[in-house]
Design a protein around this ligand. Structure first.
Ligand SMILES: [Zn+2]
Ligand SMILES: [Zn+2]
Length: 241
């Protein structure tokens, strides 16, 4: 049984919703170059958008401004089959005199997947009589891109196989980087600590909860690692009027 964390389970807008009710598509619906099943899913009430392109734009633009995400434009060195790539660099500098060669700051990195869903007509879903557009994303937290140790330092107390992840076996990205990225996306925290930009202002990086200014936001977290979903946790974000 996975420990999901109470904070992640707050603010549920569809009481009693289980993973099956979100009717997630199989991994085969996505490009074969996508290594991991998307761990963040946005369900946008259809009434909020004129069409699918509008719903995609709503998710991307609102989250970009809420978390001050920087969009990277292709060609990407490692696109992993995505439609677009968003990042934040230089977060939570890890300084440790015992491991100076391994020191690093962190990156939040998220790839969106929507054109493959649309092509397979899997971009719309009806739940409890209400229609939603959905956008998939793969979010993770890792050693920042300019550091020679990018992306893995297993002993890092922030992004490594440490703390609650120390006893897990498997691919570091699937069992630690992915759930950490999901935690930041949903709560603005990493391992329960609020993440702040590393400047004089120390402003909070934020999360999907910042979208509550404009929408009714629901968040759900389920266990992954089954049925081809090769990521530790699956997060669902519902955006409604
Ligand atoms: Zn990355
Ligand atoms: Zn780290």
């Amino acid at each position: 049984m996975l420990r999901l964390g109470c904070a992640l389970l707050a603010a549920v807008s569809l009481p009693g919703a289980d993973l099956a009710s979100f009717q997630l598509p199989a991994k085969t619906a996505f490009p074969a170059s996508m290594p991991r099943y998307p761990n963040a899913w946005f369900y946008v009430e259809a009434a909020l958008a004129a069409n699918y392109a509008d719903a995609v734009k709503l998710v991307r633009s609102n989250l970009r401004s809420a978390m001050r995400l920087r969009e990277y434009y292709g060609p990407f060195s490692n696109p992993e089959g995505c439609d677009s790539d968003f990042r934040l660099e230089h977060l939570q500098p890890w300084e440790d005199n015992r491991h100076r060669a391994l020191q690093h700051s962190h990156a939040f990195h998220m790839r969106y997947y929507h054109s493959s869903l649309e092509a397979a007509k899997l971009h719309e879903v009806t739940m409890e009589g209400k229609r939603y557009y959905r956008v998939a994303a793969s979010a993770h937290y890792e050693v920042e891109h300019t550091n020679p140790n990018h992306a893995d330092v297993e002993i890092c107390p922030i992004c490594g196989l440490t703390g609650e992840y120390a006893t897990l076996q498997g691919n570091l990205v699937e069992i630690a980087h992915d759930p950490l990225g999901l935690e930041l996306l949903l709560t603005g925290r990493i391992r329960g600590e609020v993440v702040r930009f590393d400047d004089w202002e120390q402003r909070e990086v934020g999360s999907v909860l910042s979208l509550r200014r404009r929408f009714t936001v629901g968040t759900h977290v389920f266990g992954g690692m089954s049925e081809g979903r090769n990521t530790l946790r699956i997060g669902i974000v519902t955006l409604e009027r």
